[in-house]
Write a protein that binds this ligand. Structure first.
Ligand code: XUL
Ligand code: CO
Length: 440
């Protein structure tokens, strides 16, 4: 590499173990360490979010950019995109991360015309393909930015103007082709503007039907071009729209079932979106997983004191442990991964902060994986849970579940047996047990 964008960072971030004091070393993430049947890298499938890490400039609602990157200085947008790609691959390699994710508009600049935008994307994808080949870094997922351009202010697929939908469709078509070209393992739909601001102007039923058509056209095109990746929808309740249609996992699953799209999609669950929806991260993971639809994860965290999408890097080992228990229980994420949809704070202005942020997130999940693996191996909670439901395994409970009895049979049984013996829920004991694994 001729030019370096991270001159103060060694060629690789080493694993030094939990006693290391080196801030530029992993304490828990040892990529080749086996945990059960897979290595840590295979379990965790970490990914860098291109938009935050390469383009994030610290701007917030109260102030403009606070962060200047050496790779964002060129005056020509295509030169800037190429330098950003160079910097990105240097970052991926030094960090030792296997995957990245992008939106069409963050990897390549929008042109003046639709045709120019498409050409820009194709040019950059061509270079990205070479870089992937040279480094072995892979694409976890691609997506289209259907929320930044002002034409999407009243929705993309749900816009009342059919021509706006056509522009969104053009972006999805090209982003899908780009994702296929790069061997992307998934393609994500996040409906940033697919929602409404006021019901006074909104035909909610119609917008949902439009949304379903939009997804169906994407499914058809996926089949047409032979893209083998997994389609994912990323739920979020609000922001930027006041009310987004893919509010949470349960709502999104119901939508997919209603419109007969359920077989073609899984979900990409984001921690901060879960908390914005009034759920915990693990609740959303559990709902998706219970439906066999947990496809991938946007790994970040919010701030309990702030009611918006702060997209911070994950550091909470309780949260990563509970997440990894659910992921291990379903046998892993398959084609999905843990994408750090997270940004450094406005005041974290050095390129090295990007490394600290990712190292912290990767260590938090690696530690969570190790703890979750022990919990699973020792069947700590699964034994308790199995015991808790055992009345449904045999006798009348089994008959209820196999549909052999009805309300009258249950009445007879209840009258005959009288009051049930109740067992303690033991929540505090279970919380202590979880702590004993986390404290080890
Ligand atoms: C927005 C968000 C998006 C999606 C991809 O909150 O999470 O970055 O992950 O469009
Ligand atoms: Co996200």
């Amino acid at each position: 590499m001729s030019k370096t964008y991270f001159p103060n960072i060694p060629t690789t971030i080493p694993f030094e173990g939990k006693n290391s004091k080196n801030p530029l070393a992993f304490k828990y993430y040892d990529r080749d360490q086996r945990v059960g049947s897979k290595t840590m890298a295979e379990h965790l499938r970490f990914s860098v979010a291109y938009w935050h890490t390469m383009l994030g400039n610290g701007a917030d609602r109260f102030g403009g950019p606070s962060i200047e990157r050496t790779w964002r200085q060129a005056s020509d947008p295509m030169d800037r995109a190429k330098e950003t790609l160079d910097a990105a691959f240097e970052f991926f390699q030094k960090l030792g991360i296997d995957y990245y994710c992008f939106h069409d508009r963050d990897i390549a600049p929008e042109g003046v015309t639709v045709t120019e935008s498409i050409r820009n994307l194709q040019t950059i994808i061509g270079i990205a393909k070479q870089k992937q080949k040279a480094t072995g870094v892979k694409l976890l997922w691609g997506t289209a930015n259907l929320f930044s351009n002002p034409i999407y202010s009243q929705g993309a697929g749900t816009n009342p103007n059919a021509l706006v939908m056509a522009h969104a469709a053009t972006q999805v078509k090209n982003a899908l082709e780009a994702t296929k070209e790069l061997g992307g393992e998934n393609y994500v739909f996040w409906g940033g503007r697919e929602g409404y601001e006021t019901l006074l102007s909104t035909d909610l039923k119609r917008e949902q039907e439009q949304m379903a058509r939009f997804f169906q056209m994407a499914v058809d095109y996926k089949k047409k071009i032979g893209f083998k990746g997994q389609f994912l929808i990323e739920p979020k309740p609000a922001e930027p729209s006041k009310h987004q249609y893919d509010t949470d996992a349960a709502t999104t699953l119901a939508f997919l079932r209603e419109f007969d799209l359920i077989d073609d999609f899984k979900l990409n669950i984001e921690a901060n979106h879960a908390t914005l929806a009034g759920h915990t991260f693990e609740h959303e993971l559990a709902v998706a997983s219970a439906a066999g639809k947990l496809g991938s994860v946007d790994a970040n965290r919010g701030d309990l004191l702030l009611g918006w999408d702060t997209d911070q890097f994950p550091t909470d080992v309780y949260s990563t442990t509970l997440a990894m228990v659910i992921i291990l229980k379903q046998g892993g994420l398959g084609k999905g991964g843990l994408n750090f949809d997270a940004k450094v704070r406005r005041s974290s202005i050095d390129p090295s902060d990007l490394f600290y942020a990712h190292i912290g997130g990767m260590d938090a999940f690696a530690r969570g994986l190790l703890i979750a693996h022990e919990i699973m191996e020792e069947k700590v909670f699964s034994k308790f849970v199995a015991e808790r439901y055992k009345s449904f395994d045999s006798g009348m409970g089994a008959k209820i579940m196999s549909g052999k009895v009805g309300l009258s049979d249950l009445e007879k049984w209840a009258v005959k047996e009288g009051a049930p013996d109740l067992a303690s829920g033991r929540q505090e004991m279970l919380e202590n047990i979880l702590n004993s694994y986390i404290f080890r």
